[in-house]
Structure formats: structure tokens, C-alpha cells
Design a protein around this ligand. Structure first.
Ligand code: ADP
Ligand code: MG
Length: 661
């Protein structure tokens, strides 16, 4: 990621249809051109008012102003015409050329200057959003200090391999994901999660690339290569999101094709009926629908920036707009409704195996998995000082468990269903015990070696502290239909549903990844717009299938990150109502913008048709409309996302069940 400027170049092409390259034509030269042209216009007006002589000064200064500002607009129009495209610059260019032909140089220059000012404002708005997104990217680490053969070497991040010992000094950025082997420190993970409080970490704690080491030197064991590390993946996602131009409203896409010819016809009719070329030109000037074309992109861009700053990554503007139409929100259980920070509660050995044997076998099998069950087992093994050597041959069965080969023996670690699927016999007594444990909300994982059960690991997972209030907020916001999908057993799932206020009729348990996807497809077939919120590999297909796939957390599960449309990087559920409210707010602003732009355009066109507006006034009115739309959209930037919860109460009053107090 060396040249973010060019990589983001496309993201900021002019959305008014006049797509001057704002990257080359950056704000400063634009400002200088506008300042000089403005000064020339002033001279021209003063001359026209008779304060300066000879009168030719007016013509000359207007022509200078025109030369400085009209060129990009005319060039764009000619390019568009040659390519057979319709763009609004053609209308503006026609107006400028017509004004020049009838000798209205000052009016022509005024139109060009005002359009350029509009372009400047727009360039500023785009630059701002781009800065927010680039802010995330600039944290990308380039080098790492690796300890090899007893000496410390600075190597390129791409040369760090899994298992390398990497030294991170205070003030350095962590180059790759890993686990701390030595040292304690606090790490600032704000560029990953938006969370500003540093996290205190010590031996055994996972650290993520891109986070900033603050006070102590740590030595970590690399668990991922640079390209697979958290930060590198986020950068790719942000980069892709940044490159995607906010989609124009389909209505506006179609609109551009009929609009230009329609306005030409109106201007023609005005010319024929009134015989006034000035009126016809004014129609062309005010007809340029920049305000309408900016209605959607300006709001979407503002919201993308606001969201990125608050740890919500949105991979395209359409995912904001869809928030208004969601009819069902489906939530995954483990790691989404629950914290996913499981803890081993008890280990029950069978036969002559010991708790340590079970933990060692299970931890070896789980060492390459990032599932909450795996993390809990590995951390329990570490606590017991059990050395874990990864066999490297484990095969993950999402939603079920893991198969591994250890010392030529086949090892299975997973739930009851997994054992059944694999044809491993589980005595009735153990099945009864599992069911009883599940009823208490305990998750049970069985461990077998060569198809003989050697023991059971019981784990507890707690519901996220914010889940209940988030569910309530979602309902207040009008999202009444909430469902749970889980690979876990119905007993555990029902217990969780009751605790967080979701009816057990809305719980679907024992679901394979494919089942989750199929269920979402069924919902869609019956006319629903589905938002799915998940966290793990087993959620990948469902996240991809849903109309809006939201994944939680920025770190562990890269499949979930890649298949989702929105990532809540803070790793908690609180950002979910915040995001949906931001989406709805964006939708409202877009609608408001479209109405505002249409209304102002129509008023201006009427003013031009009936001769109330002069060409210069028309040009000013046109730009006022554009400015109004941009200002309305900028309300999204200046309203902090923290205030979303306040607005939620406003939203709440829209719903019929609430009686405003
Ligand atoms: P959810 O769909 O609620 O997110 P998962 O599908 O991730 O839950 O997991 C469902 C169950 O599958 C877990 O409770 C556990 O019993 C089992 N399981 C999934 N992955 C593993 C694993 N790596 N090791 C052991 N058991 C697993
Ligand atoms: Mg999950």
C-alpha cells in the first residue's frame, strides 16, 4: 500500500456528470483559478456599471475568467458528445457557448465560475471522506524485527513466517498477528476496532497487526503471515470499499438519458414562443441537474466516512440504503448474541484417560482453529502449562468440530451431532448427560481417539452484556422480526433466546452452514429483505446470501469478514443498531435531497421560462440548489454516530406502538 493517492483516484471523480479528474485537479489549483476568475468578473461588473473605462475592459476580463474556468467544462462536454454519452456538462456548455454567441461574456463567465465553485465544494467533500478512509490505511506496518539465530534483524513484513519470534518495541506497530511469548504491554487497537482504550496484554495474549505497542517491549510468536494478518485484510477491504463509487440512484441513472434532450426541447419551445434567446439560455443554465445527481452520492459518502471513523466498515453505499427495507434480522448465536469468549468449565474423563490427556489432545487438534470453543480449549491448556504442538493436519467441520491425525491416531473433537455424523458411538448415559448440561446452557464437546471417547469438555459462554438492550433497541426501531440461527443444540439455543428476549419459536438450532444459507434463501423467497449478523466461518454462506450480511469483530474469522457487507470492527453488538440507524438516516437524507433538488430545479426552470431570472441569477440559483443538497448531506458528518441512540428515540416515536410522551 504505497500509493494511496492513485489508488483512491477513481473514488473521487465528479459525480455531477462532469467527471473532471479531481485527483490531478486538486483543491489548491482550483481555488487559485476561482480566485483569479472571480477578480476578473468583479472588474467586468465594475466596468459594466460604468466605473471603469474603456468598456472593452469588461469583455477582456470576462474572457480571462472564461479561459480559466470554462475549459474543463467544455472539454468534458465535447468528450461526452464524441463518445455519444449524455452528461449535464453538455447543457452547461451549451448555455456558456450560447451566452458567448450573443455577446453575454460576463454571464457566460459567471456560469463557468459558479460551476467551478460547485466542483470545489464537491472536491472538498470527497477529499474529507477519503482522508477518513486513508487514515485507516496509513497505519499499515512495513517492517518487523525478527529474532533469528539469536540476533535481531529488521525484515520486510512479507518475509516474516509463521513461528518467527517478532520483537515489538514501544511505539512500534505490530507487523503480524501473533501470541505474546514474553513481555507485558498495553496495545492501542483503535485502528482495528475504533476502541480508544489501550488493551493490557501479557504472555499468551493474542496481538493483531496494525495495533500500536505503547509501553513495554514484547516478543510475539507469529501465528499468521503478513498477508493473512488482520490489518492487511482490513486494508484490502477498506481499499475495495473506497474504490467503489457510491451507486447513483437507478432513477437518476435513467433520468440523465431523458433529461438533457427534454431540457433542450423546453429551451427550444421557449425560444420559438417568446423569441427571447436570453430566456432559452437561462433555461439551459438552470436545467443542469447537479443537485439531483449529487443527492445520493453526497449522503452516502458522508455516511461511509462517519461509519469508518466509528469502527463500522461498509463495503458499498447500497448497504446503507438497504437498512430502510429490512424485514427480518437473523442473528447467529455463538460469538454474536453470546460473547464467544468461552471458558472451560469442567473436563470429564472416561476410562483411564486424565483431564490433562484430554486437554492436550483437544488443544493440539484445535490449535489452527479460531472458533470460540477452540480458543477456550487452547487457553485452558496453556493455563495448565500443557505444551501444544500443532499437528498441522486438522480438518475443520464448521458448526460441528475438528478431525485431526495425531501420532497416526484419528482424533475427533466436536459436538454430539458430529460424533453421530462420524459414526462414533456415544453411550446413552453420556447423551442424557449432554442433554442435561445443554439445558443449563453449557456447551459440551466430546473428544475421541481412534473412535473411542476419551472424555468430555464442558464450556460456558456468556451472553454479551449489551445483547438484551440491543434487541430492545432494534424492536423500538421497528425491527420486530428477530430470529436466531445456530449450529448448537436447541436446548442451549432456547436458553439463550429466553435470556435475551427472543421468542423460542424464532430459534432454529442444529444448523449446518448450508442450512443457515438455505433458511435465509427461504425467507427471501417469501418476500423478505434479510439482514444476517454472524461471526464465524460457519456463517460465511449465510452472510453472503443475506441482502445485508453483517459480521462482528475485526480479527478472528477472515471468511466472515470477506463474505459480509458490513463489519462491526469494535467487536460488539452495540454498533448494530447504530449502523442500522445511520443507514435509515442516510436513506431519509437522500429522499429529502431528491425532493429538495427536484423542487428547486422546477422552481428555477419556471423562473427561467417566464423570464423572471436573468442568466446570471439562474446560474446562482442553480448553484444554491447544489449547495443546499451538499449542506443537507453534510448533516450526516456533523452528527456524531454516538448520537444515533438519541435519534433512535425519535425513530421510536414513528412506530405505532409507541405513544409519544
Ligand atoms: P453458532 O452457529 O451458534 O455460531 P457454531 O456453528 O459456531 O455456533 O458452533 C456450534 C457447535 O459446533 C459448537 O457449540 C460446538 O459444539 C461445535 N463446534 C464448532 N466448531 C468447533 C470446534 N472447532 N471444536 C469443537 N466443537 C466445535
Ligand atoms: Mg457463530
Amino acid at each position: 500500500m504505497t500509493n494511496t493517492k492513485t489508488e483512491f483516484g477513481d473514488a473521487c471523480s465528479h459525480s455531477c456528470g462532469c467527471s473532471h479528474d479531481l485527483q490531478k485537479d486538486t483543491i489548491k489549483p482550483l481555488l487559485i483559478r476561482i480566485a483569479i476568475a472571480g477578480f476578473c468578473i468583479l472588474i467586468s461588473i465594475i466596468t459594466e456599471l460604468g466605473f471603469l473605462t474603456p468598456p472593452e475592459i469588461a469583455t477582456v476580463s470576462s474572457l480571462i475568467a472564461l479561459a480559466l474556468t470554462a475549459y474543463p467544462i467544455l472539454k468534458e462536454a465535447i468528450t461526452g458528445l464524441l463518445k455519444g454519452e449524455r452528461n449535464v456538462c453538455e447543457l452547461a456548455s451549451l448555455a456558456i457557448v450560447a451566452a458567448i454567441i450573443i455577446g453575454e461574456f460576463t454571464a457566460a463567465a459567471e456560469i463557468a465560475i459558479i460551476l467551478t465553485v460547485g466542483e470545489l465544494i464537491e472536491a472538498h467533500a470527497y477529499a474529507r471522506t477519503r482522508r477518513d478512509i486513508e487514515g485507516i490505511i496509513t497505519h499499515n506496518p512495513r517492517f518487523g524485527l525478527v529474532i533469528r539465530d539469536g540476533s535481531i534483524r529488521q525484515v520486510n513484513v512479507d518475509d516474516i513466517v509463521i513461528g518467527d519470534q517478532v520483537m515489538v518495541r514501544p511505539g512500534d506497530r505490530v507487523p503480524v498477528d501473533g501470541i505474546i511469548g514474553e513481555g507485558h504491554s498495553s496495545l492501542d487497537e483503535s485502528c482495528l476496532t475504533g476502541e480508544s482504550l489501550p488493551q493490557v496484554k501479557g504472555p499468551g495474549s493474542p496481538v493483531y497487526s496494525g495495533s500500536m505497542n505503547q509501553d513495554g517491549t514484547i516478543i510475539l510468536n507469529a501465528t499468521k503471515k503478513y498477508e493473512d494478518s488482520t490489518y492487511s485484510r482490513i486494508v484490502h477491504l477498506v481499499h475495495d470499499a473506497g474504490l467503489k463509487r457510491p451507486p447513483s440512484h437507478p432513477f437518476i441513472d435513467r433520468f440523465s438519458h431523458i433529461y438533457t434532450p427534454l431540457m433542450l426541447i423546453i429551451a427550444g419551445i421557449v425560444l420559438v414562443l417568446t423569441g427571447s434567446i436570453i430566456r432559452a439560455i437561462t433555461v439551459l443554465i438552470v436545467a443542469c441537474p447537479c443537485a439531483l445527481l449529487l443527492a445520493t452520492p453526497s449522503a452516502v459518502l458522508a455516511s461511509l466516512g462517519v461509519a469508518a471513523k466509528n469502527g463500522i466498515l461498509i463495503k458499498g453505499g447500497e448497504f446503507l440504503e438497504i437498512c430502510q427495507s429490512i424485514t427480518v434480522i437473523v442473528l447467529d448465536k455463538t460469538g454474536t448474541i453470546t460473547s464467544g469468549r468461552m471458558q472451560v468449565d469442567a473436563i470429564v474423563p472416561y476410562g483411564d484417560s486424565t483431564a490433562s490427556d484430554i486437554l492436550e489432545v483437544a488443544a493440539r487438534a484445535e490449535c489452527s482453529s479460531s472458533h470460540p470453543v477452540a480458543l477456550a480449549i487452547i487457553s485452558a491448556a496453556r493455563e495448565k502449562k500443557i505444551a501444544i504442538s500443532c499437528s498441522g493436519s486438522a480438518h475443520n467441520h464448521p458448526g460441528l468440530g475438528i478431525v485431526d491425525l495425531q501420532n497416526e491416531k484419528q482424533v475427533h473433537v466436536g459436538n454430539l451431532r458430529f460424533m453421530h455424523d462420524q459414526g462414533i458411538e456415544v453411550p446413552d448415559g453420556i447423551i442424557a448427560e449432554i442433554e442435561e448440561q445443554n439445558l443449563r446452557g453449557t456447551i459440551v464437546v466430546l473428544v475421541s481417539v481412534d473412535r473411542n471417547l476419551i472424555g468430555m469438555i464442558r464450556l460456558v459462554d456468556t451472553i454479551r452484556p449489551e445483547t438484551e438492550s440491543v434487541i430492545t433497541q432494534l424492536r423500538i426501531m421497528g425491527n420486530d422480526r428477530l430470529e436466531i440461527l445456530t449450529g448448537d443444540s436447541s436446548q442451549v439455543a432456547n436458553g439463550v433466546a429466553i435470556q435475551c428476549g427472543i421468542s423460542i419459536d424464532s430459534v432454529h438450532s442444529g444448523m449446518y452452514p448450508q442450512d443457515k444459507e438455505n433458511y435465509i434463501a427461504e425467507l427471501q423467497q417469501s418476500g423478505n429483505v434479510v439482514c444476517f449478523v454472524g461471526d464465524g466461518t460457519n456463517d460465511g454462506p449465510a452472510l453472503a446470501r443475506a441482502n445485508l450480511g453483517i459480521s462482528i469483530g475485526s480479527r478472528e474469522d477472515t471468511i466472515a469478514l470477506e463474505t459480509s457487507n458490513v463489519i462491526l470492527m469494535k467487536g460488539d453488538l452495540k454498533s448494530l443498531p447504530a449502523f442500522i440507524t445511520l443507514g435509515k438516516r442516510t436513506g431519509r437524507i437522500i429522499l429529502m435531497n431528491v425532493i429538495l433538488a427536484l423542487l428547486l430545479n422546477m422552481i428555477l426552470i419556471c423562473g427561467a421560462v417566464f423570464g423572471v431570472l436573468s442568466p446570471a441569477m439562474g446560474a446562482i440559483g442553480h448553484q444554491v440548489a447544489t449547495l443546499a443538497v451538499l449542506l443537507n448531506a453534510s448533516r450526516l458528518i456533523y452528527q456524531p454516530i454516538g448520537s444515533v441512540s438519541k435519534e433512535m428515540h425519535l425513530d421510536a416515536c414513528d412506530c405505532v406502538r409507541c405513544v409519544p410522551s
